[in-house]
Design a protein. Sequence first.
Length: 397
Amino acid sequence: MAFLDQSVAFGTKGYAWLPDLRRRHHGRPVPLRFGRQPAVAISGPDAARFFYHRGHLERHTALPSPVVDTLFGRGVHTLDGEAHRARKALFVALLMNENGVDTLATLVGKIFDERADGWRGGGPVTLFDEAARVLSDAAARWTGVPENDLLTSDLVAMVEGFASVGPRHLRARLARMRRERQLSKIIEDVRRQPPTDTAVSRIAHHLENGYLLDSRSAAVELINIIRPTTAVAWFAAFAGHALDRWPGTRARLREGDDAYTLAFVHEVRRFYPFVPFLGGRARRDLAFQSTDVPKGTLVLLDVYGQHHDPRVWPEPYEFRPERFLGRPIGEFELIPQGGGDPRTGHRCPGEQIVIATLGTLVQRLAKLDYYLPPQDTGIDLGRVPARPRSGIKIVVP
Ligand code: HEM
């Protein structure tokens, strides 16, 4: 069974696919075929360490083109070695500084407050849609890109369509094409002006080996900031789900308890399904836990499975922010945005942005007086990316 091509099983089972396979193999590495290629599925902190070990895996041949043409674009995600190091330095400089993170989180809070004022006394609003709008407006303002309504829906569409076939996927491709074209023009305009400190200007004027990026690649990297910032809306909807299911978590958030808020944010990122797995290709003959991983094998790191493994997280299906209180988190333990060192490897450089913006939204939500009208808040694990079916409708009286 494991040697049948598993792409169809992923299409139907979604997040449960790899955890099911791994359970049948008693947690050991699972050899399989994926997209007609030999692959091995692994999971757990040791597996994440193996996955991110320098020199083990490459990315540019591992990412399927449907994912690259929708979610990522042909930019930093697809680079290896020296080319990756040079491009990553741009993101580290832009995203991994406290000042920038605080400015963006403050903007998110301000825009949320403005929009929330408009909800009072009205009908139901959908938390997912509202959060996406708040986040994309904040990201646009922060990077220096003009805001508009279509921008939000295109950014959401790029994330929605990466793991699907049919209309959802087509919408994602069109959204990416449209936005890469629009932002390429903006990059060209910005290049005619003196450099400033905005992200759009810094990307437009960024030099690699003494040359500017071509305007399309610069646009892709700009989208690599505003798209995932907008994607925090998935976590915001999940946070709304958690506040509804576990109302006892609300009190400490309402008090503005920052340590508890951080723990709540980590638990949202652990508990709820977003990134199902990550992929890389073996650069040479390797072995993991006595299983051969020949050169060229696709290595799939089961992120969702790792976050629900009782050997790593006692009672993994309980939502318990307390599990993150008063202890450091291992580099390879909690990996919703990848593992290892974000400065040198592929780990997400936007992790502090996610933590800060989600923390801002979560505290505001906890302080807001609202109720959920009847709706289907169920989460279908077969759909990637998953989210509560209703998007979490709220009424603010
Ligand atoms: C919604 C929340 C987010 C999730 C779930 C997420 C997840 C991820 C994951 C899983 C990776 C790939 C790790 C790997 O390949 O090993 C990644 C990479 C990346 N993320 Fe995020 N991310 C999020 C938010 C952000 C934000 C807010 C930004 C920027 C503002 C960002 C920018 C990037 C970039 C530029 C990369 C490529 C890094 C590289 O290849 O070196 N992400 N993210």
